[in-house]
Design a binder for this molecule. Sequence first.
Ligand code: NDP
Length: 335
Amino acid sequence: YTQIVLRERPVGDILPDTFTIESKPFDAKLDPGSEQALVQITYLSLDPAMRGWLRDTRSYMPPVQIGEVMRAGGLGVVVKAGEGSKFSVGDLVSGTLGWTEYAVLPDKKLTKIIPPPGTTALDFLNTLGMPGMTAYFGLHDVGQIKAGETLVVSGAAGAVGSLTCQLGKAVGARVIAIAGSTEKCAWLEQELGVDKAINYKSPTFKEDFKNAVGYLDVFFDNVGGDILDFALTRLKKGARIALCGAISEYNSTKPKGLTSYLTLIAQRAKIQGFIVFDYESEYPRAIAEMAKALANGSIKRKFHIVEGLENAPKALPMLFSGGNTGKLVVKVSDA
Ligand code: NDP
Protein backbone atom coordinates (compact mmCIF):
# COMPACT_ATOMS: atom_id res chain seq x y z
CA TYR A 1 0.00 0.00 0.00
CA THR A 2 1.04 3.60 -0.47
CA GLN A 3 2.05 6.13 2.14
CA ILE A 4 3.68 9.55 1.87
CA VAL A 5 6.35 10.74 4.29
CA LEU A 6 8.07 14.05 4.97
CA ARG A 7 11.46 14.03 3.25
CA GLU A 8 12.71 17.56 3.84
CA ARG A 9 11.37 20.63 5.65
CA PRO A 10 10.51 23.30 3.07
CA VAL A 11 12.05 26.71 3.68
CA GLY A 12 9.49 28.67 1.63
CA ASP A 13 6.94 27.07 -0.67
CA ILE A 14 6.19 23.34 -0.49
CA LEU A 15 8.24 21.74 -3.31
CA PRO A 16 8.02 18.47 -5.25
CA ASP A 17 10.79 16.94 -3.11
CA THR A 18 9.28 17.97 0.23
CA PHE A 19 7.59 14.54 0.39
CA THR A 20 8.44 10.99 -0.70
CA ILE A 21 5.94 8.37 -1.84
CA GLU A 22 6.63 4.93 -0.34
CA SER A 23 5.25 1.51 -1.10
CA LYS A 24 4.74 -0.66 1.99
CA PRO A 25 3.99 -4.39 2.31
CA PHE A 26 0.80 -5.60 3.99
CA ASP A 27 2.61 -7.01 7.02
CA ALA A 28 2.06 -7.48 10.74
CA LYS A 29 2.29 -3.71 11.29
CA LEU A 30 -1.26 -3.49 9.94
CA ASP A 31 -2.61 -5.92 12.56
CA PRO A 32 -4.62 -3.89 15.05
CA GLY A 33 -3.68 -4.58 18.67
CA SER A 34 -6.04 -4.52 21.61
CA GLU A 35 -8.50 -1.60 21.47
CA GLN A 36 -7.17 -0.58 18.07
CA ALA A 37 -8.64 -0.62 14.57
CA LEU A 38 -7.25 -0.87 11.04
CA VAL A 39 -8.78 1.82 8.87
CA GLN A 40 -8.88 1.96 5.08
CA ILE A 41 -8.79 5.64 4.21
CA THR A 42 -11.39 7.12 1.85
CA TYR A 43 -10.81 10.89 1.95
CA LEU A 44 -8.11 13.12 3.39
CA SER A 45 -8.44 16.78 4.24
CA LEU A 46 -5.87 19.26 2.96
CA ASP A 47 -5.48 22.18 5.35
CA PRO A 48 -3.31 25.30 5.46
CA ALA A 49 -2.29 24.27 8.99
CA MET A 50 -0.29 21.42 7.43
CA ARG A 51 2.30 23.99 6.33
CA GLY A 52 2.78 24.87 10.00
CA TRP A 53 3.22 21.20 10.94
CA LEU A 54 6.23 21.08 8.58
CA ARG A 55 7.97 23.80 10.57
CA ASP A 56 10.18 22.80 13.49
CA THR A 57 8.91 25.44 15.93
CA ARG A 58 6.73 25.67 19.04
CA SER A 59 3.06 25.61 18.14
CA TYR A 60 -0.23 24.14 19.27
CA MET A 61 1.00 20.65 18.29
CA PRO A 62 4.45 19.15 17.59
CA PRO A 63 5.84 19.22 14.03
CA VAL A 64 5.77 16.19 11.73
CA GLN A 65 9.22 14.57 11.90
CA ILE A 66 11.41 13.80 8.87
CA GLY A 67 10.57 10.29 7.65
CA GLU A 68 7.19 10.31 9.38
CA VAL A 69 3.90 9.83 7.49
CA MET A 70 2.48 13.29 6.75
CA ARG A 71 -0.21 14.13 9.30
CA ALA A 72 -3.70 14.76 7.93
CA GLY A 73 -7.27 14.55 9.11
CA GLY A 74 -9.47 12.19 7.17
CA LEU A 75 -12.26 9.66 6.84
CA GLY A 76 -12.12 5.92 6.48
CA VAL A 77 -13.77 2.60 7.03
CA VAL A 78 -12.77 0.07 9.69
CA VAL A 79 -11.56 -3.06 7.88
CA LYS A 80 -10.26 -4.97 10.93
CA ALA A 81 -11.00 -4.47 14.62
CA GLY A 82 -8.47 -5.50 17.27
CA GLU A 83 -9.33 -7.38 20.45
CA GLY A 84 -11.75 -5.43 22.64
CA SER A 85 -12.09 -2.62 20.07
CA LYS A 86 -15.36 -0.69 20.28
CA PHE A 87 -15.43 -0.54 16.46
CA SER A 88 -16.83 -3.10 14.02
CA VAL A 89 -15.80 -3.84 10.47
CA GLY A 90 -17.63 -1.40 8.18
CA ASP A 91 -17.83 1.45 10.70
CA LEU A 92 -17.27 4.86 9.20
CA VAL A 93 -14.69 6.83 11.21
CA SER A 94 -12.82 10.12 11.24
CA GLY A 95 -9.48 10.94 12.83
CA THR A 96 -5.92 12.05 12.22
CA LEU A 97 -5.21 9.29 9.73
CA GLY A 98 -2.28 10.70 7.74
CA TRP A 99 -1.19 10.47 4.10
CA THR A 100 -1.56 6.70 3.80
CA GLU A 101 -4.02 4.19 2.39
CA TYR A 102 -4.23 2.20 5.64
CA ALA A 103 -3.62 3.17 9.25
CA VAL A 104 -3.84 1.41 12.61
CA LEU A 105 -5.12 3.71 15.33
CA PRO A 106 -6.13 3.31 18.95
CA ASP A 107 -9.91 3.47 19.47
CA LYS A 108 -9.62 6.70 21.42
CA LYS A 109 -8.13 8.49 18.39
CA LEU A 110 -11.06 7.57 16.15
CA THR A 111 -14.60 8.93 16.07
CA LYS A 112 -17.48 6.95 14.64
CA ILE A 113 -19.46 8.92 12.10
CA ILE A 114 -23.17 8.59 11.49
CA PRO A 115 -24.15 11.30 9.00
CA PRO A 116 -27.39 13.03 10.07
CA PRO A 117 -30.22 13.03 7.48
CA GLY A 118 -29.45 15.29 4.52
CA THR A 119 -25.69 15.11 5.05
CA THR A 120 -22.89 12.82 3.90
CA ALA A 121 -19.71 11.45 5.44
CA LEU A 122 -17.70 13.96 3.42
CA ASP A 123 -19.46 16.81 5.22
CA PHE A 124 -17.46 15.72 8.29
CA LEU A 125 -14.33 17.11 6.62
CA ASN A 126 -16.08 20.39 5.89
CA THR A 127 -19.25 21.90 7.36
CA LEU A 128 -19.57 19.31 10.15
CA GLY A 129 -15.81 19.04 10.68
CA MET A 130 -12.89 21.34 11.37
CA PRO A 131 -13.67 24.11 8.84
CA GLY A 132 -17.29 24.30 9.94
CA MET A 133 -16.43 24.33 13.64
CA THR A 134 -13.78 27.00 13.00
CA ALA A 135 -16.28 29.23 11.19
CA TYR A 136 -18.97 28.65 13.83
CA PHE A 137 -16.95 29.29 16.99
CA GLY A 138 -14.68 31.89 15.42
CA LEU A 139 -17.63 33.96 14.27
CA HIS A 140 -19.92 33.50 17.25
CA ASP A 141 -17.60 33.13 20.23
CA VAL A 142 -14.59 35.19 19.13
CA GLY A 143 -16.27 37.57 16.67
CA GLN A 144 -19.46 37.95 18.75
CA ILE A 145 -21.33 38.77 15.56
CA LYS A 146 -24.80 40.35 15.88
CA ALA A 147 -27.64 41.10 13.46
CA GLY A 148 -27.20 44.35 11.55
CA GLU A 149 -23.43 44.46 12.01
CA THR A 150 -20.92 44.63 9.17
CA LEU A 151 -18.81 41.48 8.85
CA VAL A 152 -15.76 41.27 6.59
CA VAL A 153 -14.32 37.83 5.80
CA SER A 154 -10.93 37.31 4.11
CA GLY A 155 -10.10 34.06 2.31
CA ALA A 156 -13.85 34.04 1.74
CA ALA A 157 -14.08 31.48 -1.07
CA GLY A 158 -12.21 28.81 0.88
CA ALA A 159 -13.59 26.18 3.23
CA VAL A 160 -13.68 28.22 6.46
CA GLY A 161 -14.35 31.53 4.71
CA SER A 162 -17.32 30.38 2.63
CA LEU A 163 -18.99 28.91 5.73
CA THR A 164 -18.25 32.02 7.78
CA CYS A 165 -19.91 34.20 5.13
CA GLN A 166 -23.02 32.05 5.19
CA LEU A 167 -23.20 31.97 8.99
CA GLY A 168 -22.86 35.75 8.95
CA LYS A 169 -25.81 36.10 6.57
CA ALA A 170 -27.80 33.66 8.74
CA VAL A 171 -27.52 35.93 11.80
CA GLY A 172 -28.53 38.98 9.73
CA ALA A 173 -25.15 40.65 9.35
CA ARG A 174 -24.10 42.61 6.27
CA VAL A 175 -21.35 40.44 4.79
CA ILE A 176 -18.45 41.62 2.64
CA ALA A 177 -16.27 38.84 1.26
CA ILE A 178 -12.65 39.13 0.08
CA ALA A 179 -11.27 36.60 -2.41
CA GLY A 180 -8.64 36.31 -5.13
CA SER A 181 -10.51 36.05 -8.44
CA THR A 182 -13.59 37.37 -10.25
CA GLU A 183 -14.96 33.80 -10.49
CA LYS A 184 -14.69 33.36 -6.74
CA CYS A 185 -16.32 36.76 -6.15
CA ALA A 186 -19.18 35.85 -8.50
CA TRP A 187 -19.72 32.54 -6.67
CA LEU A 188 -19.77 34.32 -3.31
CA GLU A 189 -22.32 36.89 -4.47
CA GLN A 190 -24.52 34.72 -6.67
CA GLU A 191 -24.49 31.36 -4.89
CA LEU A 192 -23.70 32.21 -1.28
CA GLY A 193 -25.57 35.51 -1.15
CA VAL A 194 -22.93 37.80 0.36
CA ASP A 195 -23.75 41.49 0.04
CA LYS A 196 -20.55 42.24 -1.84
CA ALA A 197 -17.41 40.32 -2.79
CA ILE A 198 -14.17 42.13 -3.58
CA ASN A 199 -11.04 40.87 -5.30
CA TYR A 200 -7.89 41.61 -3.30
CA LYS A 201 -5.78 41.24 -6.46
CA SER A 202 -7.51 44.18 -8.13
CA PRO A 203 -5.42 47.40 -8.30
CA THR A 204 -8.45 49.22 -6.84
CA PHE A 205 -8.78 46.83 -3.86
CA LYS A 206 -8.39 49.43 -1.12
CA GLU A 207 -10.91 51.77 -2.76
CA ASP A 208 -13.27 48.85 -3.35
CA PHE A 209 -12.91 47.85 0.30
CA LYS A 210 -13.68 51.38 1.53
CA ASN A 211 -16.68 51.69 -0.78
CA ALA A 212 -18.14 48.30 0.03
CA VAL A 213 -17.42 48.17 3.75
CA GLY A 214 -17.31 51.69 5.07
CA TYR A 215 -16.30 50.69 8.60
CA LEU A 216 -16.57 47.18 10.01
CA ASP A 217 -17.77 45.57 13.26
CA VAL A 218 -16.20 42.13 12.82
CA PHE A 219 -13.22 41.09 10.72
CA PHE A 220 -12.86 37.32 10.37
CA ASP A 221 -9.31 36.96 9.12
CA ASN A 222 -8.00 33.90 7.32
CA VAL A 223 -5.20 35.67 5.49
CA GLY A 224 -3.17 38.11 7.66
CA GLY A 225 -0.47 40.34 6.14
CA ASP A 226 -1.45 43.37 4.07
CA ILE A 227 -5.18 42.63 4.03
CA LEU A 228 -5.32 42.49 7.84
CA ASP A 229 -3.21 45.62 8.08
CA PHE A 230 -5.59 47.50 5.82
CA ALA A 231 -8.70 46.16 7.57
CA LEU A 232 -7.33 47.58 10.83
CA THR A 233 -7.70 51.08 9.38
CA ARG A 234 -11.46 50.48 8.87
CA LEU A 235 -12.64 49.57 12.39
CA LYS A 236 -15.79 50.80 14.07
CA LYS A 237 -15.74 51.51 17.77
CA GLY A 238 -15.78 48.19 19.64
CA ALA A 239 -14.82 46.15 16.56
CA ARG A 240 -13.71 42.54 17.01
CA ILE A 241 -11.01 40.88 14.91
CA ALA A 242 -11.10 37.09 14.97
CA LEU A 243 -7.62 35.90 13.98
CA CYS A 244 -8.36 32.55 12.44
CA GLY A 245 -5.36 32.21 10.16
CA ALA A 246 -2.71 34.10 8.21
CA ILE A 247 -2.22 32.05 5.07
CA SER A 248 -0.42 34.89 3.26
CA GLU A 249 2.44 34.46 5.75
CA TYR A 250 2.68 30.66 6.18
CA ASN A 251 5.32 30.16 3.48
CA SER A 252 7.33 33.14 4.63
CA THR A 253 10.46 32.96 6.73
CA LYS A 254 9.77 36.54 7.88
CA PRO A 255 6.01 37.13 8.43
CA LYS A 256 4.93 40.73 7.84
CA GLY A 257 4.39 42.99 10.83
CA LEU A 258 1.36 45.25 11.31
CA THR A 259 1.59 48.99 10.96
CA SER A 260 -2.04 49.97 11.63
CA TYR A 261 -2.66 48.43 15.04
CA LEU A 262 -2.87 51.78 16.85
CA THR A 263 -6.46 52.07 15.59
CA LEU A 264 -7.28 49.29 18.07
CA ILE A 265 -6.70 51.78 20.87
CA ALA A 266 -8.73 54.65 19.47
CA GLN A 267 -11.57 52.33 18.46
CA ARG A 268 -11.47 50.23 21.67
CA ALA A 269 -11.24 47.21 19.39
CA LYS A 270 -10.32 43.68 20.29
CA ILE A 271 -8.08 41.29 18.34
CA GLN A 272 -8.08 37.64 19.35
CA GLY A 273 -6.49 34.50 17.99
CA PHE A 274 -8.17 31.15 18.52
CA ILE A 275 -7.69 27.43 17.87
CA VAL A 276 -10.80 25.46 17.04
CA PHE A 277 -9.79 22.40 19.09
CA ASP A 278 -10.41 24.38 22.28
CA TYR A 279 -14.15 24.20 21.51
CA GLU A 280 -14.22 20.40 21.16
CA SER A 281 -16.63 19.90 24.06
CA GLU A 282 -19.12 22.19 22.29
CA TYR A 283 -18.90 20.58 18.83
CA PRO A 284 -22.07 18.44 19.17
CA ARG A 285 -24.34 21.49 19.47
CA ALA A 286 -22.67 23.21 16.48
CA ILE A 287 -22.75 20.01 14.40
CA ALA A 288 -26.47 19.58 15.09
CA GLU A 289 -27.16 23.18 14.04
CA MET A 290 -24.99 23.00 10.92
CA ALA A 291 -26.45 19.62 9.90
CA LYS A 292 -29.96 21.10 10.01
CA ALA A 293 -28.81 24.01 7.86
CA LEU A 294 -27.20 21.63 5.34
CA ALA A 295 -30.31 19.47 5.20
CA ASN A 296 -32.66 22.41 4.59
CA GLY A 297 -30.29 23.96 2.05
CA SER A 298 -29.64 27.18 3.96
CA ILE A 299 -25.92 26.34 4.06
CA LYS A 300 -24.30 25.35 0.78
CA ARG A 301 -21.12 23.32 0.55
CA LYS A 302 -18.59 23.05 -2.23
CA PHE A 303 -15.75 20.54 -2.52
CA HIS A 304 -12.65 20.53 -4.67
CA ILE A 305 -11.81 16.82 -4.91
CA VAL A 306 -8.35 15.67 -6.05
CA GLU A 307 -8.24 11.99 -7.03
CA GLY A 308 -5.50 9.70 -5.68
CA LEU A 309 -3.27 9.80 -2.59
CA GLU A 310 -0.19 10.16 -4.82
CA ASN A 311 -1.50 13.59 -5.88
CA ALA A 312 -1.67 14.95 -2.30
CA PRO A 313 1.81 16.58 -2.42
CA LYS A 314 0.86 18.47 -5.61
CA ALA A 315 -2.56 19.39 -4.28
CA LEU A 316 -1.46 20.86 -0.94
CA PRO A 317 0.25 23.93 -2.52
CA MET A 318 -3.07 24.78 -4.23
CA LEU A 319 -4.21 26.23 -0.91
CA PHE A 320 -1.43 28.80 -1.25
CA SER A 321 -1.96 29.60 -4.92
CA GLY A 322 -5.74 29.83 -4.56
CA GLY A 323 -6.46 26.84 -6.81
CA ASN A 324 -9.37 25.70 -4.66
CA THR A 325 -12.88 27.04 -4.21
CA GLY A 326 -14.54 25.49 -1.16
CA LYS A 327 -13.05 22.56 0.72
CA LEU A 328 -9.98 20.85 -0.76
CA VAL A 329 -9.86 17.07 -0.19
CA VAL A 330 -8.03 14.08 -1.63
CA LYS A 331 -10.01 10.98 -2.55
CA VAL A 332 -7.95 7.95 -1.57
CA SER A 333 -10.39 5.06 -2.14
CA ASP A 334 -14.01 4.10 -2.62
CA ALA A 335 -14.00 1.75 0.38
P1 NDP B 1 -9.01 27.60 2.22
O1 NDP B 1 -9.95 26.61 1.65
O2 NDP B 1 -9.51 28.97 2.57
O3 NDP B 1 -7.78 27.71 1.24
C1 NDP B 1 -6.85 28.75 1.37
C2 NDP B 1 -7.23 29.97 0.52
O4 NDP B 1 -6.46 31.06 0.96
C3 NDP B 1 -6.90 29.81 -0.95
O5 NDP B 1 -7.92 29.19 -1.69
C4 NDP B 1 -6.62 31.24 -1.41
O6 NDP B 1 -7.79 31.82 -2.00
C5 NDP B 1 -6.33 31.98 -0.09
N1 NDP B 1 -4.96 32.52 -0.11
C6 NDP B 1 -3.81 31.81 -0.28
N2 NDP B 1 -2.75 32.65 -0.25
C7 NDP B 1 -3.23 33.90 -0.07
C8 NDP B 1 -2.64 35.20 0.05
N3 NDP B 1 -1.30 35.36 -0.03
N4 NDP B 1 -3.44 36.26 0.23
C9 NDP B 1 -4.78 36.10 0.31
N5 NDP B 1 -5.41 34.91 0.21
C10 NDP B 1 -4.64 33.82 0.03
O7 NDP B 1 -8.37 27.00 3.55
P2 NDP B 1 -9.14 26.73 4.91
O8 NDP B 1 -10.53 27.20 4.82
O9 NDP B 1 -8.88 25.34 5.32
O10 NDP B 1 -8.36 27.66 5.94
C11 NDP B 1 -8.55 29.08 5.92
C12 NDP B 1 -7.76 29.71 7.05
O11 NDP B 1 -8.26 29.25 8.30
C13 NDP B 1 -6.27 29.37 7.04
O12 NDP B 1 -5.55 30.53 7.39
C14 NDP B 1 -6.15 28.33 8.13
O13 NDP B 1 -4.87 28.27 8.69
C15 NDP B 1 -7.19 28.82 9.12
N6 NDP B 1 -7.70 27.82 10.04
C16 NDP B 1 -7.61 28.09 11.36
C17 NDP B 1 -8.10 27.25 12.30
C18 NDP B 1 -8.02 27.62 13.74
O14 NDP B 1 -8.32 26.81 14.60
N7 NDP B 1 -7.61 28.85 14.06
C19 NDP B 1 -8.70 25.95 11.93
C20 NDP B 1 -8.81 25.77 10.48
C21 NDP B 1 -8.31 26.67 9.58
P3 NDP B 1 -7.72 33.13 -2.96
O15 NDP B 1 -7.89 32.63 -4.36
O16 NDP B 1 -8.86 33.94 -2.47
O17 NDP B 1 -6.38 33.75 -2.75
